[in-house]
Write a protein that binds this ligand. Structure first.
Ligand SMILES: Nc1nc2c(ncn2[C@@H]2O[C@H](COP(=O)(O)OP(=O)(O)OP(=O)(O)O)[C@@H](O)[C@H]2O)c(=O)[nH]1
Ligand SMILES: [Zn+2]
Length: 295
């Protein structure tokens, strides 16, 4: 049989209906022929044009993913949110007070996806003397870019757009740090775009912001956004995930006497020695220990 399959990318899923961006950048309203229950936002798919009234295309296959972002819902069940994430943008800010332990948890999540991680420190307008919390100094030496921004003044937004142009990103972070404000600054025409997609997607014309959606950013790259994405909280972690997630600990752990060292009480632990000798940040080590006790 002649193969009409084309590649596309899921922009948004609304039940059985999918909005798929075709290779030319046009958005096509699709249904699924078989029940592709696990298809999520930003999945690469194969689809075939179809000319009937219900939809313009049929999604036939979900292509292999590089990763899958899942969140834990209110009943403790994992929920698939989006696929093929390149960068986790961890948003924090001058207020509420910095929660470095939470940043460390997000970094563990990023390293395990795996995805690149960027730390964005917002509301810099509230910090005229630029006295940053000491904990933020832990991150750039580990290779995590730290960007200072203000959605209020626009400071740092050009650099942020540049970082975001490198791939497909999601914004995560604690409530009140300014994630919604950032999205509005990055995508000033968000309401219009949501309106257009809602009309296309058979969502009854409701301008729904609740569905996870992939947006093209003005400087290149894409942002995947929804309240569910922004509320993403790292779930329970295994010891292996923790060691992978604290990159400096993972690096030194090959020098520990025991290959399965948890770096807590074991003799000959190179990580403990490094923490005492300032080879790694004492605060990060303690953060690791506190996550280990809940692992
Ligand atoms: N001074 C200052 N205030 C900001 C800035 N960005 C956001 N805010 C304020 O911070 C508050 C929280 O911003 P939101 O964008 O709602 O934060 P959020 O992270 O989306 O919060 P949730 O919706 O609870 O997750 C609002 O009152 C914003 O006006 C900034 O750059 N400077
Ligand atoms: Zn050790």
């Amino acid at each position: 049989m002649f193969n009409h399959s084309r590649q596309g990318r899921i922009v948004r899923r609304f039940g059985a209906r999918l909005l798929v961006e075709d290779e030319a950048g046009a958005v096509v309203a699709c249904v699924t022929r078989r029940r592709l229950d696990d298809a999520v936002c930003n999945d690469a798919v194969l689809w075939e044009p179809q000319g009937d009234a219900s939809a313009d295309g049929v999604v036939t296959e979900v292509l292999p993913r590089t990763n899958l972002l899942e969140r834990v819902d209110s009943r403790g069940q994992p929920k698939r949110v989006a696929a093929n994430i390149d960068q986790l943008v961890i948003v924090c800010g001058v207020e509420p007070e910095l929660n470095a332990g939470l940043i460390d948890q997000y970094l563990v999540a990023a390293e395990n996806l795996p995805a690149r991680a960027i730390i964005v420190y917002n509301k810099i307008d509230l910090l005229p003397d630029l006295q940053l919390p000491a904990a933020l100094g832990d991150y750039p030496p580990l290779g995590y870019p730290l960007l200072l921004v203000s959605t209020k003044t626009g400071f740092g937004m050009d650099l942020l757009l540049l970082e975001l142009s490198k791939g497909t990103s999601v914004l995560v972070g604690q409530s009140g740090v300014g994630k919604s404000s950032l999205v509005k600054t990055l995508l000033p025409d968000l309401d219009i775009r949501i309106g257009a997609l809602s009309t296309m997607g058979g969502e009854g014309g409701r301008h729904t912001t609740s569905h996870t959606t992939r947006y093209a950013l003005p400087g290149g790259g894409h942002l995947i956004d929804s309240p569910g994405v922004r509320d993403f909280a790292p779930g329970a972690l295994s010891v292996a995930q923790l060691t992978r997630g604290f990159v400096e600990i993972g690096q030194i752990s090959s020098e520990c006497r025991f290959h399965n060292c948890t770096h807590r009480i074991e003799p000959g632990c190179a990580v403990m020695q490094a923490a005492v000798a300032d080879g790694i940040s004492q605060r990060r080590y303690e953060s690791y220990l506190s996550l280990l006790t809940s692992a």
